[in-house]
Design a protein around this ligand. Structure first.
Ligand code: HEM
Ligand code: HEM
Ligand SMILES: [Fe+2]
Length: 443
């Protein structure tokens, strides 16, 4: 690392690993639930496990993005963070709010709005926390020696993500209105501003790992940002088909969301091209695998599997089935989980000074988790298609169909075990690297 204050990032990454592990545990609780092993039902019923699983996912990814920003921004801006003390205050308060929210879920203190279950009073604490984070990042960026496109796109993504949290905090008596604005958060995050965060991290990693000129890489970044906004904003309409709003959304949502894969395709082409072009072969192959992997898997998970159910004609059948879970897992994994694991893999050797680039566990972690997640996606997909057929075509009862498809959850659990072994190895490596140290400072 170049700046001492980048060490803060390590602790965000550590919290990230902890929350990720918890998320997986709740995934298993649901998986077992689905095959009739329900020992924990009294303490953690399925709906609670689902809320904890999805909210932990969002929190660990945001923690990872914050860690990425604390690592990247000082280096891009060429100065130390404006305050290390406040960054630690922000980390601890983030962890406290997260834990309080998750514990509350177990006592039924939550809102039944998928992904936005955190009760409104805690939302205000989240807002304060994020304001503190943004203050530190923006302060560092604008007091710095330079403002690169990469840093600006990353920061813009984080800033817009914070602003877009607000529409989800408005109270509505109408279910339709509530649903309408819930998508401003959920959709405009993952298919809008989070893509900027991903683009920013991707661009930073490609500059470091391939050695291609910053000018070339950042030109691509403009294309990605353009495509994202062009398609993603009105693409929100693919959630408005059947929620009780104007029928115009069938057309608008259909057309614009069908264009969304282009942004992800651009990202994949961008990464692969830069890798080919790069003459510098950086020794950190593990980080390179996660980086290029993320760009490709996100195109498949978000772009292709998203497209698979985005037209109103298909969504009419697939809406609210396990087809969504299939796409949700692979999209979140490829785009956001993998890019966070990429920046962690890149940053760890620099933060700790231990250059374990050739670690066999690191490579095994990459392959086991990726093959495992691909298997899980297929299991969800097959279960989802069977569900659509039996429930929506054959008009069988919902619960009868759920019993019919439970066998696919056995397959899911086997693949999830492989996935978890991979993540276990990643965390093992993380621990093996040890703590960040001042000796790792490049002078
Ligand atoms: C490895 C263990 C995992 C298992 C066993 C697991 C299992 C599950 C199950 C059973 C559901 C509920 C599906 C339903 O509605 O019936 C679910 C939901 C979800 N999981 Fe996982 N999961 C795991 C890991 C992950 C990971 C790593 C991610 C993200 C990268 C993830 C993202 C999600 C999302 C986004 C949903 C909500 C999907 C929707 O809205 O339909 N899960 N998971
Ligand atoms: C990385 C980007 C993406 C992520 C993480 C993601 C994740 C998700 C998740 C978790 C859901 C369930 C949301 C909920 O019910 O609350 C969902 C729904 C959906 N996604 Fe994506 N998605 C991404 C990109 C895309 C793209 C590019 C498309 C279209 C080409 C798309 C099409 C859809 C559709 C149509 C639904 C609605 C399913 C339904 O309720 O019927 N997604 N996505
Ligand atoms: Fe969407």
């Amino acid at each position: 690392m170049k700046y001492k204050s980048q060490k803060v990032a390590y602790w965000f990454f550590a919290l990230c690993m902890l929350l990720f592990s918890l998320q997986i545990i709740y995934g298993f609780i649901m998986g077992f639930d689905r095959i009739g092993i329900q020992g924990l039902h009294e303490i953690v019923p399925f709906n609670v496990a689902r809320a904890v699983h999805t909210n932990l996912l969002v929190v660990w990814l945001l923690t990872g993005f914050m860690g990425a920003a604390y690592y990247i921004i000082p280096e891009e801006a060429q100065r130390e963070l404006i305050s290390v003390k406040w960054a630690y205050v922000q980390l601890i308060s983030l962890a406290v709010v997260g834990v309080v929210a998750i514990v509350g879920f177990h006592f039924n203190h939550w809102e039944g709005r998928k992904f936005l279950e955190i009760p409104r009073e805690l939302d205000f604490l989240v807002v304060i926390n994020v304001l503190l984070f943004l203050g530190l990042i923006l302060g560092t960026l604008f007091k710095g020696k330079r403002q690169t496109t990469t840093a600006l796109v990353l920061t813009m993504g984080l800033l817009f993500a914070a602003l877009l949290y607000l529409p989800g905090m408005i109270w509505f008596d109408s279910q339709v209105m509530d649903s309408f604005f819930r998508w401003w958060v959920v959709h405009l995050w993952v298919e809008g501003v989070w893509e900027l965060i991903m683009g920013g991290i991707l661009s930073y990693l490609l500059i470091k790992l391939t050695g291609v000129d910053r000018e070339v890489i950042e030109k691509w970044l403009y294309v990605i940002v353009g495509l994202t906004f062009l398609s993603g904003v009105l693409g929100t309409g693919h959630h408005y088909y059947y929620i009780g709003v104007n029928k115009i959304w069938l057309i608008v949502g259909g057309i614009f969301s069908a264009l969304e894969p282009l942004a992800f395709l651009a990202m994949a082409l961008f990464a692969v091209n830069m890798y080919r072009k790069g003459e510098k072969s950086h020794p950190n192959k593990i980080a390179l695998f996660w980086t290029i992997g993320s760009s490709i898997v996100s195109f498949v998970g978000a772009g292709l599997l998203g497209f698979a159910h985005t037209l109103p004609q298909t969504n009419l059948y697939t809406h609210g089935t396990l087809v969504t879970a299939m796409h949700g897992h692979y999209a979140f994994w490829g785009a956001y989980a993998m890019i966070v694991l990429a920046i962690i893999s890149y940053a760890l050797p620099n933060l700790t000074g231990r250059k374990r680039y050739q670690s066999a566990t690191g490579m095994a972690a990459f392959w086991l988790s990726n093959i495992g997640m691909l298997g899980m996606t297929v299991a969800f997909g097959v279960a989802g298609i069977v569900q659509v057929y039996l429930e929506r075509k054959m008009k069988m009862e919902f619960m009868v169909v759920q019993n019919e498809i439970s066998i696919h959850f056995v397959v899911l659990l086997i693949c999830a075990t492989m996935f978890t072994t991979g993540i276990g190895l990643f965390i093992y490596d993380f621990v093996k690297y040890g703590r960040p140290s001042d000796e790792a400072l490049e002078v």
